[in-house]
Design a protein around this ligand. Structure first.
Ligand code: NAP
Length: 350
């Protein structure tokens, strides 16, 4: 039996801890011991029973899994391999990472990049993955030189977007409602700051041109204003709705300035895109900066942390230590029999 958090659609009596056996984890060709998960805004919604996220009931939330393979039909995923899977329905349409074991189809899982290791892969999680997708989308589209605005800058996705853009040599302007996060955002690479209150109300459909590009996790009036302030030929990559899911805008930025609105969906990313995104993250994200952006909590703390992220009381990324040492003995035996034998000999000597 493994320990798990379970929620029901609509919330019911709230999240509860349950014991599940392997047959209750769900369908899939790959079984993992979950080492780490993480906390995203969407996980906060799931823990609150939000029916837009909790699509099956009951559900183990947790849209990110970093796990060690127990068994898989996928030849890439030998027992003992550490893999990361974000989105792909985890914690929404199928059981996710807030359980000591998870079962899913392994085709979209990526071996944890060596440069990062398991904990950092979870610290990146969906939020960091999405930030990297947004950066790649701006680069693929091609934008002019000049400043790039990042909204929700002190949040999970926003903070990693700041770091990745700065690592790519871009001038980053952090749009934030958290003045106390400014020193830390400067360390991540923000060159300047704008109070998010400036974006709270929708302004004119075309405003002074400020941004070569933007990355937005807020939606609503914020996204409207970013579009209205983006320079000719620029682009806005949009992935979030913390302010509002509504977007009331005009066609003027598109037809008079050639501005592009690039939609980002991390959940449905295919295997080729996932490999590309993780490669970029492993290459460009400074591990020390990531560590400083990361708070670690235990599975027991997840419910409170879910309420905190919805209330805007978290900063950067939160990793969930589900069972970081799970299966490590078995993995050592499977992967490094010689070392294990040597260690056993040393033990005997001692
Ligand atoms: N499309 C996708 O595949 C995808 C993937 C991941 C996330 N998302 C979405 O992206 C958004 C951010 O996710 P996350 O996990 O990074 O969340 P998060 O850690 O909670 O970060 C959100 C940040 O937005 C800012 N914020 C809060 N309330 C706001 C408001 N009313 N108006 C403007 N800004 C506000 C805050 O930063 P400051 O205090 O610095 O302003 C907050 O830290 C969510 O909507 C999430 O669902 C989508």
């Amino acid at each position: 039996m493994v320990r798990a958090i379970q929620v029901t659609k609509g919330g019911g009596d709230g999240p509860r801890f349950v014991e599940l056996n392997d047959d209750e984890l769900g369908e899939g060709d790959t079984l993992v011991d979950v080492l780490w998960s993480s906390l995203n805004f969407k996980d906060g919604l799931a823990l609150a029973g939000n029916p837009g996220v909790v699509r099956v009931s009951p559900l183990v939330p947790g849209i990110d899994v970093v796990g060690r393979v127990v068994e898989s039909v996928d030849a890439r995923l030998a027992p003992g391999t550490e893999i990361v899977l974000t989105g792909a329905g985890l914690g929404e349409t199928r059981n996710g990472g807030y359980a000591e074991r998870a079962r899913f189809d392994g085709a979209l899982a990526v071996p944890v990049p060596e440069e990062l290791g398991a904990r950092r892969a979870a610290a990146i999680g969906t939020a960091g993955f999405t930030a990297a997708q947004a950066v790649l989308a701006l680069e693929d589209h091609g934008i002019p030189d000049g400043p790039i605005a990042v909204t929700g800058a002190s949040g999970g996705a926003g903070s990693i977007a700041v770091a990745l853009l700065a690592a790519a040599g871009r001038e980053v302007v952090a749009v934030t409602g958290s003045p106390d996060a400014q020193d830390w955002l400067r360390e991540l690479g923000a060159a300047d700051f704008v109070d998010r209150a400036e974006f709270a109300e929708a302004g004119k459909p075309l405003q002074a041109e400020r941004w070569a590009g933007a990355i937005d996790g807020a939606g609503g009036a914020t996204l409207h204003n970013l579009l209205a302030q983006t320079r000719h030929g620029g682009a806005v990559a949009a992935y979030g709705l913390v302010q509002s899911a509504e977007l009331h805008t005009s066609v003027h930025p598109f037809i008079l300035r050639g501005v592009a609105l690039l939609g980002i969906n991390s959940v449905e990313a295919g295997a080729v895109e996932r490999a590309r995104v993780w490669e970029r993250l492993a290459r460009d994200l400074d591990p020390d900066l990531l560590d400083r952006a990361t708070t670690e909590i235990a599975l027991d703390d997840v419910v409170d942390a879910g309420a905190a992220i919805l209330a805007g009381r978290t900063r950067g990324r939160t990793v969930v230590a589900v069972n970081p040492d799970a299966g490590s003995d078995a993995a050592a035996t499977a992967e490094t029999p010689v070392t294990t034998a040597a260690a056993a000999a040393n033990d005997t000597d001692a």
